[in-house]
Design a protein around this ligand. Structure first.
Ligand code: NAD
Length: 272
């Protein structure tokens, strides 16, 4: 996502600039929080194993957390760490008052039961918004921590004042991480939402009727010009490396929302 108009009729939503603005806002609020409470919000990242992409993501999250004035509580476990060991670390972090938010970097090695691990994260510290408790709060449109990637998409749409109420939003993808929470957040903003997935018949017709189209299928170039109604707003959530470089991606927004969630979690904890 780069800045600036592409042609007279096309404009790009600038995810990097929006993410930088969100991070600045969070940093200012963290300063006020620390002045008021005498401590700064803390983010715990838990990385199990050696997956190189995960290591890069976690390093970025930690760096930007410190840049926003928050404390960094990183735990690194070996790829062969057992279920009990990882659960114990998550419970310790859950009980640590200096830790406002806990992020278990996914995917974890296959021998681990990811749902049982997520269940060790208290709902109030679930800054990735992926526990069953957080998903339930979202499904019922009650206050809670929301998954970072879809809430980053909403923030981006709001920044560019894209109207959602009464508009037709089409989400391609129904994963627990992106597609499903994305559709629920759009619904909470009073959009009329269609969710498409791998078994959807005639994807193109659905997409072409969208005022707002969010592509999160994990299939590069699945959505082409023929899928887009003139004037529609399109958000490409996918991150793909192709011969021409990276395509798609709202990556910077995801981390910015993680920082905001951590501040929100700390505020709730401080206010009791
Ligand atoms: P996933 O593989 O869990 O889910 C993909 C979804 O797309 C599924 O629900 C599937 O039904 C649907 N789908 C697959 N093929 C389809 C097709 N041909 N037509 C219609 N629907 C189809 O992936 P995910 O975790 O939801 O991630 C989706 C994309 O978002 C990936 O490219 C991922 O890299 C990216 N992602 C980006 C960020 C970020 O920070 N920007 C974060 C998470 C995921």
């Amino acid at each position: 996502m780069s800045a600036g108009p592409r042609s007279l009729n096309t404009a790009i939503l600038d995810g990097a600039a929006t993410a930088a603005r969100v991070r600045e806002d969070v940093a200012a609020d963290v300063k006020r929080f620390a002045a008021r409470h005498g401590w700064a919000p803390g983010l715990a990242t838990v990385l199990v194993g050696e997956d190189p992409a995960s290591a890069i993501y976690v390093a970025s999250k930690r760096r930007l957390c410190v840049e926003a004035g928050m404390s960094d509580h990183h735990r690194k476990l070996p790829a062969d760490a057992g279920q009990e060991e990882v659960e114990r670390v998550l419970r310790e972090l859950g009980a640590d008052p200096a830790v406002s938010g806990i992020l278990l970097q996914l995917p974890v090695p296959e021998h681990l039961d990811v749902q049982a691990l997520l269940a060790c994260i208290p709902e109030g510290k679930d800054v990735d918004g992926l526990t069953t408790a957080s998903a339930g709060l979202l499904a019922q449109n009650r206050q809670g921590l929301r998954p970072c990637t879809p809430s980053g998409v909403i923030e981006l749409l709001d920044t560019y004042r894209v109207p959602l109420e009464g508009r037709h939003a089409v989400v391609v993808g129904r994963s627990e991480l992106v597609g499903k929470p994305m559709s629920q957040l759009l619904l909470a903003r009073h959009a009329t939402v269609t969710v498409c997935h791998s078994r959807t018949a005639d994807l193109q017709t659905h997409c072409r009727s969208a005022d707002v189209l969010v592509a999160a299928a994990g299939v590069p170039r699945l959505i082409g010009a023929a899928h887009v109604k003139p004037g529609a707003v399109v958000i490409d959530v996918g991150i793909h490396r192709t011969d021409d470089g990276l395509c798609g991606g709202v990556g910077p927004m995801t981390i910015a929302m993680l920082l905001r969630n951590t501040l929100q979690a700390a505020t709730r904890q401080a206010d009791g």
